[in-house]
Design a protein around this ligand. Structure first.
Ligand code: OFO
Length: 168
């Protein structure tokens, strides 16, 4: 059984995960428009992953007997200065998600809701991996560069990560 407080926090997280789906899919569209097909494939695969996160929390709330609710979502941005700005925004977004998950874990501990603490453990591990992944992408952008021919090679490198993202 979920408390009203945890139900509200988890429903809020459902909204954040769905926003992540839309944000990464919108970023993929921006990349396609800039002819960055590798980055687009990576971000599209990541949007699919976020869809899995959303579904996982939605199912958990339903299983407890509480009411899962899909909230109204803000529209994601549609424009970025360059590809480095796109990936800087992904890392920033993931850090926001980590803070949100941590806050729910803290609330679940405070209520002695150990089932929810256990459920969220998967998400705390996932956030560690995702922050690392997006940091790696930003490092690649810094090392390879984002101008002229470097951008071509960067796009190819990031495209290789799309397979790994799709497998998760
Ligand atoms: Fe990117 O981990 Fe969910 O939101």
């Amino acid at each position: 059984m979920l408390s009203a407080n945890l139900t509200q926090l988890l429903n809020q997280q459902i909204g954040l995960e769905l926003y992540s789906v839309n944000l990464y899919r919108q970023m993929a569209a921006w990349c396609d428009h800039e002819a960055l097909v590798g980055c687009a494939a990576f971000l599209e695969a990541h949007a699919e992953e976020e869809n899995g996160h959303y579904a996982r929390i939605f199912r958990y709330v339903r299983e407890t007997g509480a009411k899962a609710v899909i909230p109204a979502l803000p529209a994601p941005p549609t424009q970025w200065q360059d590809v480095a700005a796109v990936f800087a925004a992904t890392l920033e977004h993931e850090q926001t998600i980590t803070r949100s998950i941590n806050a729910i874990v803290k609330a679940a501990y405070a209520e002695n809701d150990f089932a929810t603490v256990g459920f969220l453990q998967w998400f705390t591990n996932e956030q560690h991996e995702e922050e690392h992944l997006f940091r790696t992408v930003l490092d690649k952008a810094r090392i390879i560069g984002t101008e002229g021919k470097s951008l071509y090679w960067l796009d190819k490198e990031i495209g290789k990560l799309a397979k790994g993202a799709a497998a998760n």
